[in-house]
Design a protein around this ligand. Structure first.
Ligand code: MRU
Length: 336
């Protein structure tokens, strides 16, 4: 994402890998459309979108308390599971409201907040990736799910950032990436990022992941998260829970890599995490092509929740949390 006040520019991820198309976004409605359509996606990038969306709101709708509060609510409602979206919108809003009630000052503060958050994300991604890479054994082959790279964060990524650093350090033998149905974030986005980074990799159908883990060919499963409850229950792309169950069955460590902004201090357990459901058409076809019969419904949750007891460690930029998560995550979120 690029901040180009009074607009923002985003790489349209629905066009990748065939085309690299940058969109200019000037309104809150256009930002909400881009988020809902997954033109921009990935929890940490959604945090930046939340903040940038508030900067757009300041330009388009003014900076009164009412206008900013309404925009923050509208943006946050677009994707309910990824807590960073509402975090970015809310914290940006409070930063602006703390300024004198003067439009120029509030608008400037909103752009500054979005820019600072983007820079901070880059620094924190790198710190997280170093903590995570240190957990992987020499010559490790790892399995990852969905897309958690630069496209998803604006930095070097979370789980994919760990994989990139492990590769740079010469400790990674291979990365297996699931295709991630229905929207193919793995096949389209992770595969694109792995190829550009020159990381030895294989793409696999989601349905092959259990057999791969059972084969003994991987030493760790590592994914991102969209919201982490204080007991370690972690929401991530649909299919993550199944990977964690199979990893536990075969004694393979299952790691979550996510920035501290993904930890929701207001959420005690995964039962409280709202799960986004997406349109039936995403399951019945792809890219405008339908292959299942018209009118057939679908079960299409975007995320599932992996119980904390299946998570070997939660890797953040501030350090690595392990069970019991009640105390280890509380310590992390208490850090300045
Ligand atoms: O629906 P998406 O593509 O936004 O889902 C993304 C994921 O589930 C990622 O694993 C998660 O947001 C972490 S991104 C660093």
């Amino acid at each position: 994402m690029r901040l180009a006040a009074p607009a923002v520019e985003v790489l349209d991820q629905t066009m990748l890998p065939q085309r690299e198309v940058w969109l200019r976004i000037e309104t809150v409605a256009a930002m909400c459309e881009a988020i809902a359509a997954l033109r921009v996606r990935g929890a940490p990038l959604l945090g930046i979108c939340g903040a940038a969306g508030m900067a757009l709101a300041g330009e388009e709708r003014g900076t009164t308390d009412g206008a900013l509060r309404a925009a923050a609510e509208e943006i946050s409602a677009t994707r309910p599971t990824a807590v960073e979206l509402s975090w970015g919108a809310r914290v940006a809003m409070h930063a602006a409201l703390a300024e004198a009630d003067e439009p120029g000052a509030r608008r400037a503060r909103l752009w500054q907040f979005a820019g600072d958050h983007m820079e901070r994300r880059k620094r924190e991604d790198l710190a997280l990736a170093r903590h995570g890479a240190a957990l992987l054994p020499e010559g490790a082959a790892v399995l990852t799910h969905c897309n958690t790279g630069a496209l998803a964060t604006g930095g070097i990524g979370t789980a994919l950032g760990v994989i990139r650093v492990a590769h740079a350090e010469g400790r990674l033998a291979h990365c297996y990436a699931t295709e991630t149905r229905p929207l193919l974030q793995g096949a389209r986005l992770t595969a694109w990022e792995l190829a550009r980074a020159g990381i030895p990799a294989s793409l696999l159908p989601d349905t092959a992941a259990a057999a791969l883990i059972a084969s003994g060919r991987i030493q760790a499963v590592i994914t991102g998260a969209d919201r982490i409850a204080m007991n370690g229950d972690s929401a991530n792309k649909i299919g993550t829970y199944g990977l964690a169950v199979v990893a536990a069955r075969h004694g393979v460590p299952f790691y979550i890599a996510a920035p501290w902004t993904t930890i929701d201090a207001g959420c005690d357990s995964g039962r409280e995490i709202p799960i986004e459901f997406r349109p039936d058409e995403e399951v019945g076809g792809f890219g405008g092509q339908r292959w299942s019969p018209e009118g057939l419904g679908a079960y299409n949750p975007a995320f599932d929740v992996t119980p904390g007891e299946l998570v070997s460690a939660i890797i953040t930029e501030a350090g690595v949390a392990r069970a019991p998560y009640g105390s280890s995550l509380a310590e992390l979120v208490a850090q300045p």
